[in-house]
Design a protein around this ligand. Structure first.
Ligand SMILES: Cc1ncc(COP(=O)(O)O)c(C=O)c1O
Length: 284
């Protein structure tokens, strides 16, 4: 059995969930998923910053500084000898008698983290996959990475039942993001992605792609676009930690472009892959 982090102790992964942990009863907490390559977490500082922001927006006080948390997570990776995979970590508003309102301010938040070995699926990245469209029925603070993921779960299940890799979400006409990833489309040589407002989670991978595109002299328009624009795009791809970039070849019954991974998508994927080559990663 691998080890886990419980508050600031590394211990055997065991049944430590308290039934009155607010994460369990209300989804009252925040989380992060961090990719690990060659035994090193990728873009850890960006993940810690986003965690801090999510916690602040929910008025949840993190029990330790993100510097300390980062150290603890690095210790966990080492304890598990993880080379390639992910760190999952969450902080809940703590354990208290079940009442909806915040517990007594003295109640400490609870941090848990574990690692999972996961080998990258470069065949999926190279080949691309289909996606389905699902109405976005989430709350209006999708910018916060909270544990509340039921609409995302329902959407992803629809994707799986239709042999698709993702469910692309739309609020009415506007494409927002996907159930567990961000969405980019390419039209006439330029990229488009929903602006980082309250309707989407500002993905760490999304931000890195925008930065890489700048270096590649590719224009990224952070602006809304419609379902019709998506269906008529030259290329579409999704992005998220660990799955990185997956070309989308079809959306529902509509083939995207020529039904193959597009030129710009491949260029961005290539550039993203270079991030986890050790020499480059040290500069990320
Ligand atoms: C709803 C949603 N959007 C976007 C993302 C991509 O974020 P990141 O690139 O930080 O993994 C995720 C990741 O899980 C997500 O759940």
């Amino acid at each position: 059995m691998s080890k886990m982090l419980y508050n600031d102790a590394i211990m055997e992964r065991d049944n430590v969930v308290d039934i009155e942990d607010r994460a369990y009863q209300f989804g009252d907490g925040v989380y992060e998923v961090i990719g690990v390559y060659d035994g090193e977490p990728l873009m850890m500082d960006e993940h810690m910053e986003r965690l801090e922001r999510s916690a602040r927006e929910l008025r949840l006080t993190l029990p330790v500084s993100t510097t300390e948390l980062k150290n603890n997570l690095e210790k966990l990776v080492e304890a598990n000898g993880l080379q390639e995979g992910i760190i999952y970590m969450q902080v809940s508003r703590g354990i208290a008698s079940r009442e909806h309102e915040f517990p007594n301010p003295e109640t400490p938040a609870v941090t848990v983290a574990y690692t999972r070995e996961e080998v990258r699926q470069s065949d999926v990245e190279d080949e691309g996959r289909p996606a389905v469209l699902v109405e976005d029925i989430r709350w209006l603070r999708c910018d916060i990475k909270t544990l509340n993921l039921l609409p995302n779960v329902m959407a992803k299940q629809k994707a799986v039942e239709n042999n698709a890799v993702e469910a692309i979400l739309h609020r009415g006409d506007i494409v927002t993001e996907a159930s567990a990833s961000n969405v980019f489309m390419v039209k006439n040589g330029e990229l488009y992605t929903h602006p980082a407002d309250n309707y989407i989670l500002n993905g760490i991978t999304r931000r890195k792609i925008i930065q890489l595109c700048d270096e590649l002299d590719l224009k990224v328009n952070e602006q809304t676009y419609t379902v019709n624009d998506l269906l008529n795009a030259d290329e579409v791809f999704i992005s998220a930690t660990k799955l990185d970039i997956i070309p989308i070849l079809r959306v529902d019954d509509q083939t995207i472009g020529d039904g193959k991974p597009g030129k710009i998508t491949k260029q961005v994927l290539q550039s993203f892959r270079s991030l986890y080559q050790k020499s480059v990663r040290n500069k990320v």
